[in-house]
Design a protein around this ligand. Structure first.
Ligand code: CA
Ligand code: CA
Length: 190
């Protein structure tokens, strides 16, 4: 009873995850116990509902979008295993060390952020999608008209081919001089 030691990862599993994500063995074990505590059914995978029980995500206005991005990143399944979970978390690691690791490169961070804005996953951010995200971020502090004008101005400034949408390339250009370490969303509220 209460056999918590069965929650331990094997050394080769830790090594594999370390190689793929750049997390240290200590961080991996800590996150693994976090993962298993979220895994209510003890099935080795997390569903969207499991992820939304993470308090930091539950109170984040973009939590739902972040969870959405977790599943985009995976195989399109309705649940993710520990390795997939860690690969997504790796995007949030600071860039400083292990520059050669792909997951937390600038481009990967931008891709991840882009997916949060691209609600219907068609590869472009529309005015309505931007508006929806702005509404989630600022709540009711700013009037609908002001938000609409911010969304329109942002699209106007970022849109280079004139299709009224922001493609991933346009998104990258718009954020070219932005420190990606900062919250991506702030740029759009300037
Ligand atoms: Ca879209
Ligand atoms: Ca465009």
């Amino acid at each position: 009873m209460g056999n918590t030691s069965s929650l331990l990862l094997r050394e080769d599993e830790i090594a594999q995850i370390q190689e793929k994500t750049g997390f240290t063995p200590n961080q991996i074990e800590r996150l693994y116990s976090r993962f298993t505590s979220l895994d209510r059914g003890n099935c080795g995978t997390l569903s969207r509902e499991d992820l939304l029980r993470i308090p930091e995500l539950a109170i984040n206005p973009l939590g739902d979008r972040i969870v959405h991005a977790f599943f985009q990143e995976g195989t399109g399944d309705s649940s993710i295993n520990f390795l997939q979970f860690m690969q997504v978390l790796a995007h949030f690691r600071p860039i400083k060390k292990n520059k050669d690791l792909k997951l937390n490169s600038r481009e990967q961070k931008l891709k991840f952020a882009f997916k949060m804005y691209d609600l219907d996953s068609d590869g472009k951010i529309s005015r309505d999608e931007l508006l929806a995200i702005l509404q989630m971020m600022v709540g009711s502090n700013i009037s609908e008209e002001q938000l609409t004008s911010i969304a329109e101005r942002t699209i106007f400034e970022a849109d280079q081919d004139g299709d009224q949408m922001i493609s991933f390339a346009e998104f990258c250009n718009a954020l070219e001089r932005t420190d990606v370490e900062q919250k991506m969303s702030i740029r759009f509220l300037n």
